[in-house]
Design a protein around this ligand. Structure first.
Ligand code: HEM
Length: 440
């Protein structure tokens, strides 16, 4: 497998660029918690106007399916927004690498910090580890979660009901449902969930800064690794049919760190993404009362969920890809080592796919969206996410058919510059008719 040749001077300059730590004596270890700088032009794929991408993204697509965003340390950074070209980059593991370590010279300090997610790993490690996960995500295996999914949704709706009439849907529903779904999927014992939940919230609470977030990431990984070790010693109470126990028991060749890392990748990949989809998806439905009413009256959710995925596309850009060699993308020449960012949001709104572009239209064909990526690294949990979205949005609309925003649309605050786009909070009134009645 070809490795990417990056000159040592560029590597160390990259480290200086992205870290503010400056401990040159530590041998080039990247301290992710200290990331401060993000070149302004490279922000384009992460910028949005409410639910929509900024117009500059469509303007970039009109200039070409791939455009040069910026140049950093002698390497060009390219942005792909055209749908077909995006698919071909995502499917081409021979020309592009997902492994960033060559650039960052990453020499981690602890076992828990050493685990890289599947998304930043190349074959053959990626193939070997992904093969361990995929059997756990077939429709057949996921069917075991269907009943518990309905129960989780019903519990969260009860909780909202008890706290109403105004609740923050992000906290009480959008994060609450996926957290319990992931815990059930992993088969975590009830007693350990409270601790795990606290770690999960710290991880996504960017108000604590990078240090808090990455500290919590290492701690939640350590927590999962120790759970694996305890299961081997017979002192953890894991669900024997859950993903963690099945992988530990079925794969004696894997270390605790590898299994803990895989489980952590599932948590990381599946929690915030699903939560963002539920929050932003609800917001889109509140702006489209006809579609919401159809769900409340028992209409099929499949088409609505697919169109929401395309339109919201919460994972804004795929994992960064690095050119393994000089490659031609359309009529643009990408040099070896260059960084290619694929805008999943931009590609999913490419009007040439026949989908509704910048309109939300659940009746239009949407099967080609790239909200789950494509190719080798396509989302492992896509079927689970779909199940979850269908159950949660149908449950919400059925239980609260008169749900309404409790604040002005313009006062909502979205997560700025985040790889997974979302809402900070979504105050909703469970029965907006009561408000209308009071103010009449
Ligand atoms: C609406 C919810 C979700 C969205 C929008 C989403 C989106 C994505 C995207 C765009 C990628 C990477 C594509 C790339 O760079 O090529 C990805 C990868 C991944 N996702 Fe999801 N995801 C969601 C839910 C989930 C769930 C529920 C799980 C597991 C429980 C999960 C686990 C993963 C994993 C493990 C990867 C890495 C796959 C690899 O690199 O081989 N995701 N997801």
């Amino acid at each position: 497998m070809a490795t990417i040749r990056i000159p040592a001077s560029v590597r160390s300059a990259a480290l200086r660029l992205v870290t503010a730590r400056g401990d040159g004596g530590s041998g080039g270890t990247l301290d992710v918690s200290a990331i401060r700088h993000f070149p302004a032009r490279a922000r384009l794929p992460l910028l949005r106007n409410g639910v929509d991408p900024v117009p500059e993204l469509a303007a970039a697509r009109s200039r070409g399916d791939v455009v040069r965003l910026t140049r950093v340390l002698g390497l060009d950074v390219w942005l792909v927004t055209g749908h077909d070209l995006a698919r071909s980059v995502l499917a081409d593991g021979d020309s592009f690498s997902n492994d960033v370590r060559h650039l960052l010279g990453n020499r981690p300090r602890s076992a828990a910090e050493r685990v890289g997610g599947l998304g930043m790993t190349d074959a053959p490690d990626h193939t070997r580890l992904r093969r361990v996960l995929t059997p756990e995500f077939t429709r057949h295996r996921l069917a075991r979660l269907e009943d518990s999914l309905d129960r989780i949704v019903a519990d969260c709706l009860d909780d909202m009901d008890a706290r109403g009439p105004v609740v923050d849907l992000v906290e009480r529903f959008a994060f609450a449902v996926p957290f319990r779904v992931i815990c059930d999927l992993l088969g975590l014992p009830e007693v350990d969930r409270t601790e795990f939940r606290a770690l999960g919230s710290a991880r996504f609470d960017l108000r604590q800064g990078g240090q808090g977030t990455f500290g919590a990431a290492a701690t939640s990984r350590e927590f999962l690794i120790s759970l694996v070790a305890r299961h081997r010693q017979g002192t953890a109470d894991l669900d024997p049919d859950g993903l963690l126990a099945r992988i530990v028991d079925g794969h004696p060749e894997l270390s605790d760190v590898e299994i803990g890392g895989l489980a952590d990748g599932v948590f990381l990949g599946g929690y915030e993404t699903s939560a963002s989809m539920l929050a932003l998806g609800t917001l889109v439905l509140l702006r489209d009362p006809e579609t919401y009413a159809a769900l409340a009256q028992g209409g099929r959710a499949d088409g609505v969920v697919e169109e929401l995925l395309r339109y919201v596309c919460p994972v804004q850009a795929a994992f960064p890809r690095f050119a393994r060699r000089d490659v031609a993308l359309g009529d643009v020449r990408i040099a070896e080592g260059d960084l290619v960012l694929v805008s999943l949001t931009g590609a999913s709104r490419d009007p040439r796919t026949g989908a509704a572009g910048d309109e939300f239209d659940p009746t239009s064909p949407t099967s080609t969206h790239l909200a789950f990526g494509h190719g080798l690294h396509r989302c492992v949990g896509a079927e689970l996410a779909r199940m979850e979205l269908r159950a949660a949005l149908t449950g919400l609309a059925t239980r609260f058919p008169h749900l309404g925003l409790a604040v002005e649309m313009g006062s909502l605050s979205f997560t700025p510059l985040s790889a997974v786009y979302g809402l900070e909070s979504l105050p909703v009134r469970l029965d907006s008719r009561s408000q209308v009645a009071r103010s009449a």
